[in-house]
Write a protein that binds this ligand. Sequence first.
Ligand code: AHR
Length: 506
Amino acid sequence: MRAKATLNREFTISTVDKRVYGSFLEHMGRAVYTGIYEPGHAKADKDGFRTDVLDMVRDLDMPIVRYPGGNFVSAYHWEDGIGPRDQRPTRLDLAWRTRETNQVGINEFADWSKLANTEMMLAMNLGSRGLNDARNFLEYCNHPGGTYWSDLRAKHGYKNPHNVRIWCLGNEMDGPWQVGHKSAAEYGHLANEVSKAFKYFDKTLETVVCGSSNDKMKSYPEWEATVLDASYDSVDYISLHKYFGNEENDTLNYYAKAIELDRYIVTIGGVIDYIKAKKRSKRDVKICFDEWNVWYHDRKEDGERIASWDWPEAPPLLEELYNLEDAIFVASLINVFIRRSDRVKIACMAQLVNVIAPILTKAGGPAWRQSIYYPLQFASKYGRGTALTVSSSGPTYDCEVAQDVPYLDLSAVLHDDGKTIALFAINRSLDEAMDLSVDLQGFKGLKIVQHHVMTGEDLKARNAVENQERIVPRPGTGLSITDEGALIGALPAKSYHFILLSVASA
Ligand code: AHR
């Protein structure tokens, strides 16, 4: 099959905010305990952080990490995780029916974030708690000193404030499963008041109000309209979540679900514009897609285990094993974030370690990368700059979730120095190579400087502790630049490509 795409240096979408390549770390399962933190492990540093995991996180060039939940945050007392470790209480975590020892809290997460070279995005509990506890949390984290909470932080060994810039106003408050779930009107009012209070403290802080937990919620998208109506003037982002899966075991239908993500963003973009117009506002609220990933392999079994277990401590939970098919699909989701970079300014792959994660560990053993690690890594390292409009034509298919789904999925980012362009290309076809031609208008002297491909016969193949590098990117072949300056070549069936082009001049 043949597909053609055209890019033009002058036809741009938006600057890609580097924070769209963020992640999420929740106190659940083995994300924190035996994930990032395992005192006594051969690779642990003096503070108990696993340096093998840190190396992998640093290799992702991770711009931002959301913490500490997730559903966990809606009954969390942040004060349980501060001060001398031997005095911290063990509590029941109602979200995952486990036991939380609080050996890691906000100060340890701040230390870890520095080592991981990432920014913290903190979520507050607006489920079982409210404004007062949230403002105390803020004062503990951000106030320099001379007050009860800031002096307490100094007493705990952290004289300098953590200076957290971005705060999530609760988590998935639309979900009936959430501890302290609220109606849209109740939540919108509370979120607005908390956001105002945070900005009385520091008007440069940014806040994220909860949108829908997914686009199949009955309350979607009315939830967003009601919540934004109450909070539009005081918040900066609206959070969206969505998890995907190939439950039907139909690969092409699975791949088409990237279109659902696109529609979701476009729909909420419309709701934002509607409320903006209704309020005659000049502000723009942006989208913070702070939970997205594939989550289906063991979802049902995990649900059953949670319901029947007896409050275990850091049990394996949601340890999905990702295959090549998932990696190609994740690359497609990232392409949507790049193409919608005018709306989406933050996105967090959920999660980072062990729990639906690109990095897996064995307690007392090694850490390794899952297949989905690599498309995130290529995008995070090379997908920063200005997203270019991609105009494409080629064969399409129909399936249950969408009609006219293109086999080609392409996004392009021009780097700020104007000297390199990153292309992220997918051939969704299961059996046919694609002859691709990309016309790059306005660029001269193009050269291919990197080409990596993820492909294979077996889409269900995956990495495992005993075979950690089965699904990895390999050097790509078969692409070239024509005298007219077009990129041409064949993309094999079932393949994802990262291509870096250098540009001599405009
Ligand atoms: O990431 C796992 C869970 O999914 C989070 O705790 C929750 O916010 C979402 O439902």
